[in-house]
Write a protein that binds this ligand. Structure first.
Ligand code: PEP
Ligand code: MN
Length: 348
């Protein structure tokens, strides 16, 4: 069976409603989306994991029946994908001809559940997307992917939808881009998509988050679309119309992943490598001095940390930041990191 998830210069676009609500809402949304040739796949929420009880939990099997009849009516529609959270969902998706599914972030966080779902997919030939766990834990994300690989699922992609953290800094889910970047570093051949809808939580944020994802070498986007977002039963603030999706896609700058760039760029990168080595050499020199200072402090029965001295160091570096045109927040964070390491080195 050919793979659904591949890496190329053209980002894969997955779009569709957060939840399937009615046959009319489904066909209005999907028919409009299929007018845009760039939409590769339709996403549909059939079972909805809700934070609190009492809300709309998805239509379940009837939604799959509506999808099947819509596909019968329009055989040329892009393929559909649905979220599965229990082995019964996997069986129903297979029964209704859905060949691509995804694990949501409340599922990928739970190794027992991922194990059970994986078992239910053994020999199914399904293509599976794995959303990041709600906690920022790259090992748990990789673990979910490995549990699928263990049962012979080999068409897998990862979807970054942000993380639930103490302060989400204005996002619905904090993007913490370093986590998907680390995933890509560890498994470069794994296609990595971004779900800007669940990261932003607001329509206005979808365009800029999508561009950010493409600039960070993501291989595709999953975007929630609804024929009438303001009436949506779930996630209404973040859903956009199919027309709005087309406008966003029109304005996206698609980067060429395999481009090597002009020779100037190569030369400048070599310069960067030299500077990076110099930075580490200087840091190593600084830590050696710190270590010696630690010995003297111990000899004179002085505490390692002296608040006044730290205040002076920080102020001097903030002045330096201003003169050198460096971002002050960045320099403060960097100085704190270096100081923390210096204290650690002196403690030994
Ligand atoms: C969804 O895609 O509709 C969804 C519930 O996603 P997540 O698992 O990212 O919250
Ligand atoms: Mn949603």
């Amino acid at each position: 069976m050919s793979k659904v998830f591949t890496i190329s210069n053209k980002p894969i676009i997955i779009a569709g409603p957060c939840s399937v609500e009615t046959p009319q809402q489904l066909s209005n949304t999907v028919e409009a989306l299929s007018q845009d040739q760039r939409v590769d796949m339709i996403r549909c929420g059939v079972w909805k994991p809700r934070t609190r009880p009492g809300g709309f939990e998805g239509m379940g099997e009837p939604a799959l029946q509506w999808i099947a009849s819509l596909r019968k009516k329009h055989p040329k529609l892009p393929p559909f994908c649905c979220e599965v959270a229990r082995p019964e969902h996997v069986a129903l998706c297979k029964q209704y001809g859905i060949e691509t599914v995804w694990l949501g972030s409340r599922t990928s966080v739970n190794p027992f559940l991922v194990g059970e779902l994986a078992e239910s997919m053994r020999g199914s030939g399904l293509s599976v997307m794995v959303k990041n766990p709600i906690t920022p834990d790259v090992a748990l994300w990789i673990g979910a992917i490995e549990r699928l690989q263990q049962v012979g699922i080999n068409d897998i992609a990862a979807v970054h939808r942000g993380f639930s953290t103490y302060n989400n800094f204005g996002y619905r889910n904090n993007p913490l881009w370093e986590i998907p970047i680390e995933l890509k570093r560890r498994i470069p051949e794994l296609p990595l998509y971004c779900d800007p809808s669940h990261i932003g939580g607001h329509r206005e944020m979808i365009a800029s988050l999508s561009q950010m994802a493409l600039d960070l070498h993501f291989d595709g986007l999953m975007i929630e679309c609804h024929s009438n977002p303001d009436d949506a039963l779930t996630d209404k603030a973040q859903q956009i119309t199919p027309q709005a999706l087309t406008a966003i896609l029109d304005n996206l700058k698609i980067r060429q992943h395999d481009a090597t760039g002009p020779s100037d760029l190569q030369r400048m990168r070599e310069q960067l490598d030299v500077v990076d080595t110099q930075i580490l050499k200087l840091l190593s020199q600084r830590m050696k001095i710190s270590k010696d200072i630690g010995i003297i402090k111990r000899r004179h029965n002085m505490p390692i940390f002296q608040p006044q001295r730290w205040q002076q160091v920080l102020e001097r570096q903030m002045e330096n930041a201003k003169t050198m045109g460096l971002d002050e927040g960045f320099v403060k964070e960097l100085t704190e990191k270096i100081h923390g390491e210096s204290l650690r080195v002196q403690e030994r």
